[in-house]
Design a protein around this ligand. Structure first.
Ligand code: AMP
Length: 211
């Protein structure tokens, strides 16, 4: 497996880019946040365990997350190109990936975005309840108010995108990020990306790096 991990604050655009790259360039994309939200919707045990942490903007414990990603990656072919978005979030999670020769990380891309941009991106984000398409009140508004352009269903705000929870998520992110950056810098696997410009430009930059 050739694994690239996307590091960066909530709202730094990791998910948007990973979705685009998987469609355009055949990467297998795993978003641990999306996996947990599906597990909550389907009332799976892992979802029930994770929900309280997610609603408060806290990290779900490493043991739960490591088991979740290991299980998901065990079904992926050894030759696949994989993008992990939202995992790892702690050094323990990074070490768990590298401890298995099958899931060792090749590259860590760190998305850099100024803090106030992150808050605007998170609090304005709206998600389609049905198909998961993402919109933004300011930067990518839906054609009709609160309705998904793609499937016509109702848009909602993720509970953890409220301003207070979003600010807490950024604090949690900062508390773990230094350690993760040092881990991948020591391994000579870290590359930084300016992720504050146009979505298409960032996609082109990433596609060039991941070629
Ligand atoms: P995201 O959609 O990536 O912003 O994730 C939403 C929430 O899911 C986070 O705020 C955490 O509560 C939880 N979560 C997702 N991925 C992880 C992870 N790798 N480690 C711990 N918690 C996670």
């Amino acid at each position: 497996m050739n694994i690239t991990v996307f590091l960066g604050a909530p709202g730094s655009g990791k998910g948007t880019q990973a979705k685009r790259l998987s469609t355009a360039h055949g990467f297998k994309h795993f978003s641990t946040g999306d996996m947990l939200r599906v597990a909550i919707q389907e009332e799976k045990p892992v979802g029930l365990k994770a929900k309280g942490f997610m609603d408060k903007g806290e990290l779900v414990p490493d043991s739960i997350m490591i088991e979740l990603i290991e299980e998901a990656l065990s079904h992926v072919s050894g030759t696949a190109k994989v993008l992990l978005d939202g995992f790892p979030r702690t050094v323990a999670q990074a070490k768990a990936l590298d401890s298995n020769p099958r899931t060792q990380v090749s590259l860590a891309l760190y998305f850099i975005v100024p803090e106030e941009t992150l808050i605007r991106r998170l609090t304005g984000r709206r998600i389609c309840k049905k198909c998961g398409e993402s919109f933004h009140l300011e930067f990518m508004p839906p054609k009709a108010n609160s309705i998904c352009d793609k499937c016509g269903s109702q848009l909602t705000q993720r509970p953890d995108d409220s301003e207070s929870v979003a600010r807490h998520r950024l604090t949690v992110f900062r508390s773990q990020n230094e350690g993760l950056l040092s881990y991948y810098t020591s391994a000579k696997k870290l590359k930084e990306i300016a992720a504050d410009n146009n979505v298409d430009e960032i996609q082109n930059t990433l596609a060039g790096i991941l070629k």
